[in-house]
Write a protein that binds this ligand. Structure first.
Ligand code: DON
Length: 581
């Protein structure tokens, strides 16, 4: 192994800091955040050789990961610290009330596994509860209040990581998050903006005033303290799963959800289990890709789209001839998603067949390189065989070569709007990721068939796609939030990574994005991202182009080079994330 160091971490950190600071208007806030971040970074000696890296959506979460890595923890301990810190400093995105997927690579034995900490529907749920007497979907039943929340998985994911894979006790890995919750942290411009956007939701929620300042969205610089959350994190650290899924926390969660119309019981919480699943694995032009398994649809969609694209020699992303093919591949993969994909513990999904080269050949046989296929021509989604804004991503590698890509969520911004009394835990609204009926799209405009219908104890289908890409250049660890648009973000980044002989992480996280998801039948592009000529060329092939109101995603990437063993990291410029290496 080559022992040359990569760029000194201080320089990059400083660069990221300038970017972050430039977005903050509050001079006092600069100083407070700078002191917090630097004190977290200065507590421990800086490693001379940087073979470890962390990328996350918040400077304080990245600093928590760095502290743990430099204090003798491995990538799994660091991932716990980053995830828990994000739960505190980005409460609108993820947290103990949510779920997610942790994709792991253990260097000592090469074990690769996906820890599925996805939320599950409570045992007492009935699909009919979400429709009125005339068969119409009840507005917001899956997005707000007690009926929208599924049993959280993130706490069990963190304890599982610590018990099975970490080196440090959970109390050490959770310590930075506990401190941030108890002592508070000054909210950044992003927090202030999102709280303003959701001000009336937070004012009308249950216990959600904790995220406001005297009933109003706070200005940046406001110090947010979450004493109850600190206590819940401490209980988790001391008692493991029992600290959350049993005892007073469980009691408070069940009471609050029931009062808000939901069907949770203490048994639902006690019964919650993470599942270790074999990741989806495939190759694309010589690169080995390891990615999310069901109940994420993302890994299968990546395998399908890349399998179809391998037949076409695509050029650079950004050239209409290539992008047309990418859109056609996405259209077909999302068609299959809607028809077949769901929690594999409930529905037999022919995964092997769906990700095979043979299937990719058949599925792409009717791709016309000059004309868009109409989505409706692919067939409806209700005839499936059935046998039986928000979210966050973190990427970590350590000096031993362990890796974690984790995407975590409470679904939409500030989830269900319920914080059960005394817990500080904001509950998810993940029930919206189920399909109510083929003609009822969810918040991401995704439609799905019977496979993904609501059933007791079932995990809703997800788009979260934590992924490793390995080739002769090194290993790329990546993922992003963005609901259904996660898949296209990760896909575009992989296409460019594999095509290029040099690795430019900053360029990969910054790539302009487009997206297609079978229905609605249109290509969505980020505002101002693709030229008039590009749009005309795509329209000329029959695509409807729609410019989204906002850019999407917040990709976090780390890369470990095979050439020199060095690690690097980059955070999406669309967010305020900070990368450390
Ligand atoms: O699991 C899923 O696919 C969604 N609940 C993720 C939500 C999300 O990424 C929101 N971010 N913008």
């Amino acid at each position: 192994m080559n022992l040359h160091t990569s760029r000194p971490s201080g320089r990059f950190f400083a660069f990221q800091w300038t970017q972050l600071a430039s977005r903050m208007r509050h001079a006092r806030l600069h100083v407070v955040v700078l002191v917090l971040v630097l004190s977290a970074c200065a507590e421990l000696p800086r490693a001379r050789e940087q073979h470890a890296a962390v990328a996350s959506a918040h400077a304080l979460a990245t600093a928590a990961g760095k502290t743990i890595l430099e204090g003798g923890g491995n990538a799994f301990d660091a991932a716990i610290a980053v995830a828990a810190a994000l739960a505190v400093v980005e409460p609108y995105s993820s947290g103990l009330g949510g779920g997610g997927f942790f994709l792991l690579h253990r260097a000592s034995d090469g074990r690769e596994i996906m820890v599925d900490a996805r939320e599950t529907a409570p045992a007492g749920v009935k699909a009919s509860d979400y429709f009125d007497r005339d068969g119409r979907p009840i507005p917001a039943a899956t997005t707000r209040g007690g009926t929208s929340s599924a049993i959280p998985g993130t706490p069990a994911g963190l304890t599982h990581l610590a018990n099975r894979y970490g080196k440090l006790p959970l109390s050490v890995s959770l310590a930075p998050a506990i401190r941030l919750a108890r002592e508070g942290f000054p909210v950044d411009v992003r927090y202030a903006r999102i709280a303003k956007l959701r001000e009336s939701f937070l004012q009308g929620g249950i216990g959600t005033s904790v995220f406001l300042a005297q009933g109003k969205a706070p200005e940046s610089g406001f110090v947010l303290r979450q004493a109850a959350l600190a206590e819940t994190l401490e209980r988790l650290a001391r008692f493991g799963n029992a600290g959350f899924y049993e005892g007073p926390v469980a009691g408070a969660l069940v009471d609050a959800v029931k009062r808000a119309g939901g069907a949770w019981t203490r048994d639902d919480l006690r019964a919650y289990k993470v599942v270790e699943r074999e990741p989806v694995r495939f190759t694309y032009r010589g690169a080995s890709i390891t990615t999310a398994a069901l109940p994420s649809a993302g890994g299968i969609a990546l395998a399908q789209t890349l399998g179809m694209l391998e037949r076409f020699e695509p050029g650079a992303v950004g050239s209409p001839a290539t992008d047309h093919l990418v859109v056609e591949a996405l259209r077909r993969a999302f068609h299959d998603r809607a028809r077949f994909l769901a929690d594999p513990d409930f529905v037999a999904v022919p995964v092997k067949e769906l990700v095979s080269r043979d299937y990719a050949r058949k599925k792409s046989a009717d791709i016309d390189s000059a004309h868009a296929t109409r989505s409706e021509a692919l067939g409806d989604i209700d005839s499936a065989r059935v046998e039986s804004h928000h979210t966050t991503h973190l990427s970590v590698v350590d000096t031993e070569g362990n890796r974690v890509a984790a995407t975590l969520t409470i679904n939409l911004l500030f989830g269900s709007g319920i914080v059960p009394a005394g817990t500080g835990v904001l509950l998810n609204n993940e029930m919206d990721d189920f399909s109510l009926r083929a003609d009822v799209p969810n918040a991401f405009e995704l439609r799905g068939g019977l496979a993904n219908r609501i059933e007791p104890g079932k995990r809703p289908l997800s788009s979260m796609t934590p992924t490793f890409v390995e080739d002769e250049k090194g290993v790329l660890v990546l993922g992003a939030p963005g609901g259904s648009r996660i898949v296209s973000q990760v896909l575009l980044a992989i296409l460019e990574y594999v095509r290029s002989s040099e690795v430019d992480l900053e360029a990969l996280v910054a790539m302009p994005r487009y997206h297609h998801q079978f229905w609605p039948d249109r290509v969505e592009v980020e505002p101002g991202s693709y030229s008039r000529e590009w749009r005309a060329a795509m329209a000329g092939r029959g695509h409807e182009i729609r410019e989204a109101r906002r850019a999407w995603g917040n990709m976090q990437m780390v890369f470990k080079s095979k050439r020199d063993g060095g690690a690097r990291a980059a955070s999406d410029p669309r967010g305020d994330g900070v990368a450390w290496y």
